[in-house]
Design a protein around this ligand. Structure first.
Ligand code: NAD
Length: 295
């Protein structure tokens, strides 16, 4: 049994932390939202009252926070993780954030003799619940190896991507594909309907033909073909359109800084920005189908 602190008990963090509890670890969970901590305690976790108290005795720490500025806030300053952590502690920063902030946090960790990896995830809330998410890891291979037993409790696919920040690079590129393909899939299902082609029939074709992709086969944006997809529950998230917009902005920023050309990423960013501006913000990102349908 290991003493673990888990900071950020939202859509993803709560089920991930629960899986660490199920594996027999002693886990202190902390979130700014008290209800999230109460939900975690009901699953056998311990309540953290603030970051300093949550991390001071931890041997392993996970953070799962929305954006780069939340991560900076959680790690820096007199109330931040780095001011209260033991040297040698293993830390996995699992949020999806920009590569610059990630590398900055790695630098702070090295100065404190803390063994930190960036380990963003893919697979959504259902994957977090089922412990089947993928981790994309950046940092030292030895630190990844030391954290592997804990990551394996929460996920199925663990890929070492390289030095500090390259886990984030993989995640950002992955979600660039996801944002673009989801829009393409929604366009095709919308067109199919206009042409009089039944959505279930088009699913049967496209999920087994050259159009096959995750956005169709695992997360189909029309109700019916994939019972677990958000389309069957009025596009309740899942993964919000606001989060997808954030990730496409991260891709645009990374593309700008590395002089990569990503025209479809730019177009997807504009469409998700419009969708969010028109009320789609808190809907699942597959709900962009409704927007394309003019609904
Ligand atoms: P969320 O908003 O549901 O959860 C984030 C939690 O962090 C919130 O409960 C918030 O109160 C808490 N928080 C913020 N600042 C804090 C602080 N200083 N101390 C303690 N708690 C703090 O977000 P989520 O959906 O769980 O996503 C988390 C990260 O994972 C994001 O970067 C997201 O892009 C990424 N991600 C999400 C999904 C998904 O399907 N939701 C999938 C893969 C990756």
């Amino acid at each position: 049994m290991t003493n673990i602190a888990f900071i950020g008990l939202g859509h993803m963090g709560l089920p991930m932390a629960r899986n660490l509890v199920k594996a027999g670890h002693s886990v202190i969970g902390y979130d700014l939202v008290p209800q999230a901590i109460e939900n975690f305690v009901k699953s056998g976790g311990h309540a953290g009252f603030n970051i300093p108290l949550a991390v001071e005795n931890a041997d392993v720490i996970f953070t799962m926070l929305p954006e780069g500025h939340h991560v900076k806030n959680a790690y820096e300053g007199s109330q931040g993780i780095f001011s209260h952590i033991k040297a040698g502690t293993l830390v996995a920063e699992c949020s999806t954030i920009d590569i610059e902030t990630t590398r900055y946090i790695h630098t702070l960790a090295e100065a404190k003799n803390v063994r930190l990896i960036d380990a963003p995830v893919s697979g959504g809330v259902t994957g977090a619940e089922a412990a089947t998410i993928s981790f994309m890891v950046g940092g030292h291979q030895t630190d990844f190896d030391a954290l592997r037993p804990y990551l394996e409790v929460m996920g199925k696919t663990l890929v070492y991507c390289g030095t500090a920040g390259l886990g984030q690079a993989a995640k950002i590129c992955n979600n660039l594909v996801l944002g673009v393909t989801m829009i393409g899939v929604c366009e095709a299902f919308n067109l199919a309907e206009k042409l009089g082609l039944d959505g279930n029939t088009f699913f049967e074709v496209s999920s087994q033909s050259s159009a096959q992709c995750w956005s169709i086969s695992k997360y189909c944006p029309v109700p019916g073909p994939v019972p677990t997809s958000p389309a069957n529950r009025e596009y309740a998230p899942g993964f919000t359109a606001a989060m997808m917009l954030k990730d496409l902005k991260l891709a645009a920023q990374a593309a700008h800084l590395s002089a990569a050309i990503t025209p479809l990423g730019t177009e997807a960013l504009s469409l998700y920005a419009l969708f969010c501006k028109n009320g789609g913000q808190e809907l699942d990102f597959s709900g962009i189908l409704k927007f394309l349908q003019g609904k």
